[in-house]
Design a protein around this ligand. Sequence first.
Ligand code: ADP
Ligand code: MG
Length: 729
Amino acid sequence: MSSIRLEALKLANARKPVTINHTAKKSEIFGSNVFNDKAMRQYLTPEAYRAVKDAVDFGKKIDRKLADNIAQGMRDWAMSKGVTHYTHWFQPLTGTTAEKHDAFFETSFDGKDPLEKFNGSQLVQQEPDASSFPNGGIRNTFEARGYTAWDPTSPAFIFGTALCIPTVFVSYTGEALDNKAPLLRALSVVDQAATAVAKYFDKNVKKVTPTLGWEQEFFLIDSALANSRPDITQTGRTLLGHVSAKGQQLEDHYFGSIPSRVMSYMRDLEYECMLLGIPVKTRHNEVAPNQFELAPIFEETNLAVDHNSLLMDLMQKVAERHDFKVLFHEKPFKGVNGSGKHNNWSLATDTGINLLSPGKTPMSNLQFLTFFINTIKAVHQYEDLLRASVASASNDHRLGANEAPPAIVSIFIGHQLTKVLEELENVKKGKLSPQEKTDLKLNVVGKIPDVLLDNTDRNRTSPFAFTGNKFEFRAVGSTANCANPMTTLNSIVARQLIEFKKQVDQLIDTKGLKKDEAIFNVLREYIKETKSILFEGDGYSEEWEKEAEKRGLSNNKNTPSALKAKVSKKSIELFDTLGVMNATEVEARYEIELEEYIKKIQIEGRVLGDIARNHVIPTAIQYQNQLIENVKGLKEIFGKEYEELAKEPIILIRKISGHIAAINENVHLMIDERKSANLTEDIEKKAYAYCNEIRPYFDIIRHHADKLELLVDNEMWTLTKYRELLFTK
Ligand code: ADP
Ligand code: MG
């Protein structure tokens, strides 16, 4: 057997679970590496503590002098835990996280007065030499450099030996160069818009917080096996490999007992999560072999987004100790399920109410219906933008391929709520009589809580589903930074709520309607207008594709076509008027994402060409030569009779030649297409060329390579096989 595959298998098979000795109770260690409330009370003056709290709760600016005090407290706290460096931790548009470490150390130029130092300005601002982060021309246009600025709403934490300070990353002209800055702006506008609407129901509401609970799916593969595959190490997925005889058809992995090596990895990971204050709660096997899921208790959205990014880093780091590699890719293996990252989303008031949870009284249910229907309206209006917010080369393998969920955005609300909406649709226009009001309260609005409790039917094929007390955006990919979909969702809902408030107020002011009458009137029209986005059936079916087309819903199956919605007039106007992003910022992101798409497909094409030519073909030839020797030998021994005896080897020899020729030819053609695409200056055209002209060769080349895998002697095959990658535990 090829030495790399053999060595990898030997290593993987000899592994034992790593012994984990964490005994501390979760509640005791939770957040101990976070500069949280407890640490702040201990290390900050009461004034400085107040300043941070006010910044978090009310967005107040922090005074320079107090910033010095906060920095000092942070430094003392961090140094008490063995920390030597600090870094501004940020989320550039590459989708990962970035950091630049500086020591807590200063000295004068002649080496005198060495000192452990960290002051307010270092806390508040840092300049990472950022010329190599993608910026879609923003910095070129404005000839400005980027700097990072402290985000006090997400607490500093210790990672390794560094104090990490969550920051936004912006240009000197104020354009956001990262994922966090637009997210914070979107969260702030949805807070204002939702608070204004929530005041219809309770005057005491001062703040509305969008909440996010993500569910991270991933594959866990032995590191030696993963590293033996050049496609996995370079692209995060397998570009070829015949599906194994046993895949997920028995569904014996789902919710089965977690394998022991994985279990000790999970325990170790959970321990690290606790230290960092990431409230992970559930862990279980997923549908595909070696696929798992981790989900936290939901949190305020900005913090949840940071925690997800941090978790992804942490998962890879802890995996090293356990000789695993985490595959976050949406489709690392053909023939088994891919991975997603469901984003559970809701809105919570500072009075402790979940606005998407039906209440106990008719009034609180009217509040629920208001936010529920406005969310539907927002998605209805911006379904293509929502689809664009989860577009990426890797997520294309789920959306629009034969994988959950489809590329068409629709909303599932379940049978019971559908009925409620149908009844509300019949509410009379204008003023209501006392009898009509009582009827509404008793028979429609008042009934929601108990019907929802029984409403357990869940449609797994829906990309955007209402699940009892929250919406679940399921189209988000497992590699994604949640900031992008969360910025979009919160922006469109904010916009919708602003519009709603205007309409309701107008009915009250000009038509003399009572508040609840006005609300019923506006909601009734929304129900009528948004029917095309509601869908309860099978999202994978062909009939739905046809039906959706009739309804005018978009169905953008690949990234270049999906992204286009980001730069439509309607989208630019949305982000611009809300102050979430200006046109330049939106266009920059569009360009960056197209470019990233091109690069990803380009790398995959190169790697595939390489593997096909220098792994697959040489191995096939080697085996073919063996067959030829066999035929020659038969001829030598048996003379004319050999024709009968060598029938099978000769057929095999021909088949192998056919596949080799096909691979060679198609790799050539693919390279030619790449060359021609690379000459294209227009980035949109280039992305389409990579999508439509280059990518189709992947399947053709793979088909022939996978056939060869079945023909060639297993002992000779150099690439670690699917059954080995997926079933080694
Ligand atoms: P599923 O069946 O989809 O796995 P779960 O009940 O496990 O559903 O919950 C999934 C996620 O929903 C969890 O991460 C949880 O924290 C999150 N979640 C629950 N309530 C809310 C909420 N109000 N806002 C945001 N996320 C929530
Ligand atoms: Mg879920």
